[in-house]
Design a protein around this ligand. Structure first.
Ligand code: IFM
Length: 422
């Protein structure tokens, strides 16, 4: 399935704090939910109960033979008020990182996975340039405590989605619909990343490896003959796939990207409806739903070849790559086994073609709370019973375990992502 995966290849699964922990800190997302802005009625207050089940979940990670676990820290929980750190919350994450390390599981920590503390959002969030430093201060605090056990850091999960959905399309908080505000937020998030890299390097205590996890999504025009639709689709396609690594990989004197994380799911079409504001609806819609062919419970097309293409595209920046997310909403687990095999095969092809892919993280370890779809979208290798929160492995979890058992060679290599410099 995976071709010649190197000894250091990371076999992982991923989660994010707001989606799995339960009772998340007070953030722009908890506020968004309380204000009834979600298109569903599910609350993230339950999640998958991960906060109190970390030990059990680590047991599952071990049982599956994973060599890495990607989790995020909840900034709102750790820093509930500006500058005040909740020591107990930070200790809990420190425990998780240390427990991973003790079990030979590489912890990969995401510092920002969509949710920001409410106080930060109220102070202008990523719409205000001076706020970049506030995020960096937080990153430094986390690195100072977790840096003994964590080598691999992701500053931002899907900064492209954070900006596009939050500042341009108005679907995520802060709910803005403004290209101008989107451009400003892009600059601020990039500045926050750069400063956070400096802070993590200063405080982590061992040479950290730092990247972003980009959601790579090819965007095509719905009607290829419509020139405006074509031009806008090309613009969005560039923003989703090229802008972020291009801008950040450009800092050569003091590199701010040690690797690029690729989150990959599906493809999209862009449709323009200029009369929509009059008739009701959006002028511009990004459509991921397919009417036919293999598709997930969310009707996202299954397109493994797209992962190969995404990796080839990301590889142009000359950095190591990690597939930091890939998975499918499939509650019956009918498509996931083939999905998994086909996407691992796509990675093997990308590697053969020269992409330096160093790991794969399935999204997700657990069924969880999906931002715009709630609990209906079931992405877990482990099924989570909504009433009891009991975990039960799906067949694809066993399949993944068997694939890993065939390919994994020993514990994570300390030289894992070492840059081939020179
Ligand atoms: O659940 C999300 C995750 O938080 C970010 N990447 C895409 C996933 C599926 O939509």
């Amino acid at each position: 399935v995976t071709g010649d995966a190197p000894a250091a290849f990371l076999w992982g699964a991923a989660t994010s704090a707001h989606q799995v922990e339960g009772a998340p800190g007070r953030s722009d997302w908890t506020e968004w939910e309380a204000a009834g802005r979600l298109p569903h009625r599910d609350s993230a207050a339950t999640g998958a109960g991960h906060w109190h089940r970390m030990e059990e979940d680590l047991g599952w990670i071990e049982a599956l033979g994973l060599s890495a676990y990607r989790f995020s820290v909840d900034w709102a929980r750790i820093e509930p008020e500006p500058g005040r750190i909740d020591g107990a919350a930070l200790e809990r994450y420190a425990w998780l990182a240390a427990a991973c390390r003790a079990r030979g599981i590489e912890p990969v920590v995401t510092l920002h996975h969509f949710a920001s503390p409410l106080w930060f959002a109220r102070a202008g969030g990523f719409g205000r340039a001076t706020n970049a430093e506030i995020f960096a201060r937080f990153a430094g605090r986390v690195a100072a405590r977790l840096g003994r056990d964590v080598r691999i850091w992701i500053t931002f999960n899907e900064p492209n989605v954070l900006v596009a959905a939050g500042y341009i399309a108005g679907r995520f908080p802060p709910g803005l619909k403004s290209l101008r505000r989107g451009i400003v937020a892009t600059r601020v998030v990039q500045a926050a990343h750069r400063r956070a890299v400096g802070a993590v390097r200063r405080h982590a205590g061992r040479e950290p490896l730092i990247g972003i996890a980009l959601q790579m999504l090819e965007v095509a025009p719905e009607r290829a003959r419509n020139p405006l639709e074509r031009a806008l689709a090309a613009l969005l396609d560039t923003f989703m796939n090229d802008t972020w690594p291009r801008d950040l990989a450009r800092d050569r004197a003091e590199p701010v990207l040690d690797f690029i994380g690729v989150n990959y799911y599906t493809r999209a079409r862009l449709r323009l409806s200029p009369l929509a504001p009059v008739l009701g609806g959006e002028t511009m819609a990004l459509l991921m739903q397919a009417e036919e062919g293999l598709r997930s419970d969310l009707r996202w097309p299954v397109w493994p070849e797209g992962l190969e293409r995404a990796l080839a595209r990301a590889a142009r920046h000359g950095l190591p790559l990690l597939v930091t997310e890939n998975g499918i909403a499939d509650s019956a687990d009918a498509l996931r086994p083939d999905f998994l095999r086909a996407h691992l095969a796509a990675i093997a092809r990308a590697r053969q073609a020269g992409a330096d892919v160093r790991g794969y993280f399935h999204w997700s370890l657990l069924d969880n709370w999906e931002w715009l779809e709630g609990y209906e979208a079931r992405f877990g290798l482990l099924e989570v019973d909504r009433a009891t929160l009991a975990r039960r492995p799906r067949a694809s979890a066993f399949l993944y375990r068997d694939i890993i058992a065939r390919h994994r060679r020993g514990p994570p290599d300390p030289a894992l992502l070492a840059r081939e410099r020179g």
